[in-house]
Design a binder for this molecule. Structure first.
Ligand code: PAF
Length: 284
């Protein structure tokens, strides 16, 4: 059955009345296989499944790709219908920001918001957390599902949901990849042919790093840097952190994260690593 489209809080409240348990998958549209898997994962988690489609202006800095961001609403609706979505919440900007974009109140992401992605995009996570808080308020989900590809975003949203005592369970889903390992992303459409050929080096570097995990942090970082170097990809960062993005601890699970501009898009990816020996450093 085609999902109901809600554009305002009133329409959302109306269509969701009587829904006992609500699952939410927030998106910015341009849905791909990664989103489809988030929707399929979320489907059994609620009796009402809501997908939001909203290209959120406050998470883009001036000069970023807000205007160019792919908008494919009709195709997105078809994907939502296939995945069994009940309600597509697709508000206008004015419905989400009734007092304008320079709102005096927003969600402060704290120190984690200004490192890794936040170091080069200082306003990004404030925009993400603010819009996700609004979506949580509008939809009142019991559970919300996000991809692990944007790992820092997932950790911050989980922290926000807990710190603000929302009671919402935040679920992360594994990254969906192309057959050559490239993480699915709406921004992959910006990759030219030559850059598309180089792009899987990011995932190869993560795999090389994870394979080196038993030899310790220095070996992880060296393996990742060497794989990127061999492919002519120079990273913005290669960082090894614990699963909550604090300092990594030897003998435990960690996360290796890479950001690298390959042609136009900035590719982000990450992988779980089991860390062995005790030498802990971060690469630049
Ligand atoms: O990951 C995204 O698509 C966006 O950052 C999100 C979580 C939908 C907030 O706009």
């Amino acid at each position: 059955m085609a999902p109901v489209i809600a554009r305002t809080r009133a329409e959302l409240v109306d269509v969701l009345k009587g829904a006992d348990r609500r699952a939410l998958v927030p998106t910015m549209g341009a849905l791909h296989e990664g989103h489809r898997q988030l929707l399929e994962h979320a489907r059994p988690l609620g009796d009402a499944l809501v997908a939001s489609i909203f290209v959120n202006p406050t998470q883009f800095a001036p000069g970023e790709d807000f205007d160019a961001y792919p908008r494919t609403f009709d195709a997105d609706l078809a994907t939502c219908e296939d995945a069994g979505v009940d309600v597509v919440f697709a508000p206008e900007v004015g419905a989400m920001y009734p007092h304008g974009l320079d709102q005096p109140i927003s969600v402060d992401p704290g120190p984690l918001g200004s490192v890794l992605e936040g170091a080069s995009r200082p306003t990004h996570f404030r925009g993400v957390l603010t819009v996700v808080a609004k979506l949580f308020g509008l939809v009142s989900p019991d559970v919300a599902v996000f991809g692990e590809k944007d790992y820092q975003q997932l950790v911050l949203i989980r922290q926000m949901a807990s710190e603000l005592a929302t009671g919402i369970e935040v679920v992360g889903c594994p990254t969906v990849r192309e057959s050559d390992g490239l993480a699915r992303s709406s921004r992959n459409v910006y990759l030219g042919d030559e850059d598309r050929r180089r792009a899987p080096a990011v995932h190869r570097a993560l795999r090389a790093g994870a394979d080196a995990g038993p030899r310790g942090a220095d070996a992880v970082l060296a393996a990742a840097h060497s794989t990127l170097g061999a492919a002519g990809v120079s990273p913005d960062y290669v960082a090894l952190r614990d699963v909550d993005l604090g300092d990594p601890v030897s003998g435990s699970q960690a996360r290796l994260l890479i950001a690298a501009r390959v042609g136009t898009p900035r590719l982000l990816d990450n992988i779980a690593v089991h860390l062995g020996a005790p030498d802990i450093h971060e690469g630049a």
